[in-house]
Design a protein. Structure first.
Length: 302
């Protein structure tokens, strides 16, 4: 609502000629909502020009703010709460002493209809725990003009105070320190992967070399493999371990690294199926096992 009327536009000449009333009369403006003229009584020697009219018609000519408390400020139930407002009327200098001006202040808490104070600042006092809405209402009275009302509001909160228990001697015990927060769990270790590159699974070999001590034919098979780990990267050395196994026996260690070799034998005029293993191990001990099967044939000599 503006200073003159919420639905009123004052009619002034475009050349903004200074209007001087040298006698008691009326300043006339049009009420657009009702299609009728309104009159403001003016006293002798009252000067009204276009600048004053524009200022009085400005919706923001009167501004109202609550400086204390701040929005969403929190108080304890035993704390004295203060309030303070501020008011600005930008037409003061233009009007000078032509109009008598008066500000009425009213403060309300929550939905109360009766103001608890009519001063611009003061004490609210202590409040019980809860959420509150503080409203500051200002009414500007200008002699000969319609009253203008503006308001502002903020919300604040009052919290309960927990009393500390006293011990037998009457002194307040020291508060028990809160335990430190638990350490975050270590990141989950991801297992490595290994792959046997050579020989291919299903490969066959002819045992053409003879071991006189063992009385068997054998063949030397070359091994090649690789391993990677999400945390450690490319694996090598002791992080890659080779084993072989023949039917009816346990795993036998061959060696470590990306490459190795093993002697595989077969009975005279027969064959043996071997399983070759490659274990990829990361720095945390996680293991991945790869395996292939190969067949070794021994010659039949008559």
């Amino acid at each position: 609502m503006n200073i003159l009327n919420k639905t009123t536009a004052l009619v002034v000449t475009s050349f903004a000629v200074l209007f001087t009333a040298v006698f008691t009369g009326f300043f006339v403006f049009q009420d657009s909502a009702h299609g009728e003229d309104k009159r403001i009584k003016i006293s002798p020697e009252l000067n009204i020009n276009a600048e004053i009219v524009n200022c009085l018609n400005d919706e923001d000519a009167l501004t109202v703010q609550i400086k204390t408390p701040k929005t969403n400020q929190e108080f304890k139930e035993n704390e004295n709460i203060k309030y303070e407002g501020s008011v600005a009327f930008k037409c003061l200098e233009l009007l000078g002493e032509q109009f008598k001006q008066d500000f009425n202040y009213q403060w309300f808490i929550n939905s109360e209809t009766k103001p608890f104070s009519e001063t611009i600042s003061g004490d609210i006092g202590k409040k019980t725990p809860g959420n509150y809405t503080l409203r500051f209402e200002v009414i500007l009275k200008l002699e000969g003009l319609e009253d203008t009302k503006k308001e502002a509001e903020v919300k604040f909160k009052v919290v309960a105070v927990v009393e500390e228990e006293s011990n037998v001697l009457g002194t307040t015990p020291s508060p028990t320190p809160e335990p430190p927060p638990p350490e975050p769990p270590p990141p989950t270790n991801k297992a490595p992967t290994g792959q046997i590159l050579r020989p291919k699974t299903g490969s066959t070999f002819n045992a053409t070399q003879y071991d006189a001590k063992q009385g068997v034919y054998y063949v030397t098979v070359g091994l090649a493999g690789a391993g990677t780990d999400p945390e450690d990267g490319t694996l090598s050395g002791t992080f890659l371990k080779w084993y072989y196994q023949k039917p009816g026996s346990g795993k036998i260690y061959i060696g470590a690294g990306t490459g190795s070799s093993v002697n595989l034998s077969a009975p005279f005029c027969g064959n043996t199926i071997y399983t070759i293993f490659l274990d990829a191990i990361d720095s945390k001990g996680a293991l991945h096992e790869s395996s292939i099967n190969v067949t070794v044939y021994a010659p039949c000599l008559f």
